[in-house]
Ligand binder design. Structure first.
Ligand code: ATP
Ligand code: MG
Length: 173
């Protein structure tokens, strides 16, 4: 057990780097022999480079359906997948099997109404206090900011998306 772990990070804002910062921190931790779990809210496996990794100590659970974004209506399937992701988070945070647990895009899942800020905050608050938690996604709600020890806002100054360049393999996904 790593007694020095147990703090909460939030990566939010509209600039690039939230998910990759979380991944980077996991890689750093793995280098010290720690273990990491990433739960990917609203993401399906097979799209992101990280889902093809096979690194001892790193576990990734895609917990989305059909890569939900703002472009379509929320379905029951989206709600079910998000609820499953939160249950996986609850399980992971109540034991110390993983040293770092990342809830990737959880802020967006809350924004879209797939999860409530209160229920996510409860899961984070009730964690075993030796687990480091990382919450990513635009629109971090006040309930999660309140729990955070680190809050980092990625601010977009320029992004190719503004010129119509969609996400690029190996860079944005
Ligand atoms: P990364 O995974 O590269 O660290 P991130 O986690 O900070 O990025 P997200 O907000 O999760 O960023 O997702 C960014 C994705 O959303 C990009 O793939 C991009 O194509 C798309 N996107 C849509 N609108 C925008 C925008 N206004 N600015 C930047 N990216 C946008
Ligand atoms: Mg992201």
């Amino acid at each position: 057990m790593k007694q020095h772990l147990g703090l909460v990070h939030v990566y939010t804002g509209n600039g690039k780097g939230k998910t990759t910062a979380a991944l980077g921190m996991c890689v750093r931790a793995l280098g010290h022999g720690y273990t990491a779990l990433i739960i990917q809210f609203m993401k399906t496996g097979g799209t992101y480079g990280e889902n093809f990794l096979d690194i001892p100590g790193l576990t990734i659970i895609p917990s989305g359906h059909d890569c939900l974004v703002f472009s379509r209506a929320v379905t029951q399937e989206d709600l079910d997948r998000a609820a499953e992701g939160l249950e996986a988070a609850r399980d992971a945070l109540q034991c110390d099997q993983y040293d770092i647990v990342v809830l990737d895009e959880v802020n967006v899942a809350i924004k879209l109404g797939l999860l409530s800020a209160a229920e996510v905050a409860e899961v984070v608050r009730d964690r075993k206090k030796v687990v480091e938690v990382v919450l990513t996604g635009r629109y971090a709600p006040p309930e999660l900011l309140e729990l955070a020890d680190y809050i980092t806002e990625m601010k977009s100054i320029r992004h190719p998306y503004q010129k119509g360049v969609l996400s690029r393999k190996g860079v944005d996904r």
